[in-house]
Design a protein. Structure first.
Length: 376
């Protein structure tokens, strides 16, 4: 709105004045009626004093485009000075708020605290005028463009995972055979497999499609799948772990996938994975089983699946099956303090698959560094 309108106090005065005026005149009491009638010219005078804020063009910028959760963000506004009060609308992971920045000045700087990962959008700005008694308020949006700041998850220091078959050599016999030879064996075709790897003679004999598996496990990178079906709290913890893995080694490419469909390939820019984690929102309808199956066609190397401890036994089984098919020592990470019961975590995971469980991201990092799961 741009024209003055009564505030809650103004409407209260008008209602009281109408009641007093009507009651006084109705019962023949002129003094109360005259007193109540004064409310109407008072509010009209307040409208004249408040006036209509002018149209103002604002130039807005953030001193950074990306920050880590917990770091401050500074927003700078440049505009024409005016007697109105500047009010900035800010939307972030914790909701929307309106910040009163004081009288409009040619240059205004203010600071935001990015406590959680997500996206902060600063703007638009409104100019607000009120009368001295606070009876009337007039607000007019400025002509400007909001700015977005990506808040990356916090991260913890993790030991770098070496390439499979080098340094921290896989200890499972299946993984060792896959590392030492170009041909690892045959398995049944799964969605996403390369049709060029179909072994037609065996497929004809068995009556179902069979594909060759070749070992190319010297790749130093990681494939990380994040289960993003849970609420903001659970997803924040998983994103924090994933960010720690992304930053665990500057020379280790990470192929990052979200169960809901988000994807940042290993060859993307260095911040692409962290940007994806910053913008991730819960996808309760994501097909997690299908996301696990797609791991079969992911780049070779180790894989990590990150899930909440609230996962069902069926989800855990799907993740373990996908990791077992990788033929390199891979990891199922369960993060959270609450779980559905003992059935969600098997006592003996498949060969070549490790399980690391922790109540939060910090504890997960400590256990990662302590166990060095890829060498066990």
């Amino acid at each position: 709105m741009a024209w003055p309108r009564p505030t809650g106090r103004g409407w209260g005065l008008l209602a009281s004045g109408a009641a007093l005026c009507g009651g006084g005149l109705g019962f023949g009491y002129l003094a109360p009626g005259a007193l109540g009638a004064l409310a109407f010219p008072t509010v009209a005078l307040a409208m004249a004093l408040a006036g209509r804020p002018p149209a103002v063009r604002v130039r807005r910028r953030a001193t950074v485009s990306r920050v880590r959760a917990g770091d401050p963000v500074t927003i700078v506004l440049e505009m024409e000075a005016d007697s109105a009060v500047a009010a900035e609308r800010v939307t972030g992971p914790q909701g929307t708020a309106v910040l009163r920045l004081g009288p409009a000045r040619p240059r205004i700087r203010y600071e935001l605290s990015a406590e959680r990962r997500g996206v902060i959008e600063a703007g638009p700005l409104s100019l607000v005028r009120t009368d001295p008694l606070g009876l009337v308020r007039a607000a007019r949006p400025a002509v400007d463009e909001p700015v977005r700041v990506l808040v990356h998850p916090r991260h913890h220091d993790l030991a770098t995972v070496p390439a499979a078959g080098a340094g921290g050599r896989d200890t499972s016999s299946a993984a060792t055979r896959a590392t030492e030879g170009a041909f690892a064996g045959l398995r049944e075709h799964a969605p996403g497999d390369d049709v060029r790897q179909i072994h037609w003679r065996t497929s004809a004999r068995r009556g179902r499609l069979m594909v060759r598996e070749h070992a190319d496990t010297a790749r130093p990178g990681l494939t990380v799948l994040v289960d993003d079906r849970y609420g903001p709290g659970e997803l924040d913890a998983l994103a924090e772990v994933a960010a720690s893995i992304v930053r665990s080694g500057p020379d280790v490419p990470v192929d990052l996938r979200l169960a809901g469909g988000g994807y940042a390939p290993a060859g993307a820019a260095g911040t692409a994975q962290l940007d994806l984690l910053a913008e991730a929102v819960p996808r309760p309808d994501a097909d997690f089983a299908a996301a696990c199956r797609r791991l079969r066609s992911a780049p070779s190397g180790r894989a990590v699946v990150l899930m909440s401890t609230a996962a069902t036994p069926q989800d855990t089984a799907a993740a373990l099956e996908a990791l077992a098919a990788r033929r390199t020592v891979s990891l199922l990470g369960l993060v959270g303090s609450d779980g559905p019961g003992d059935g969600a975590e098997p006592a003996a995971p498949p060969a070549g698959v490790r399980i690391l469980r922790a109540p939060d991201a910090g504890s997960f990092a400590a256990r990662w560094n302590e166990t060095r799961w890829w060498t066990r």
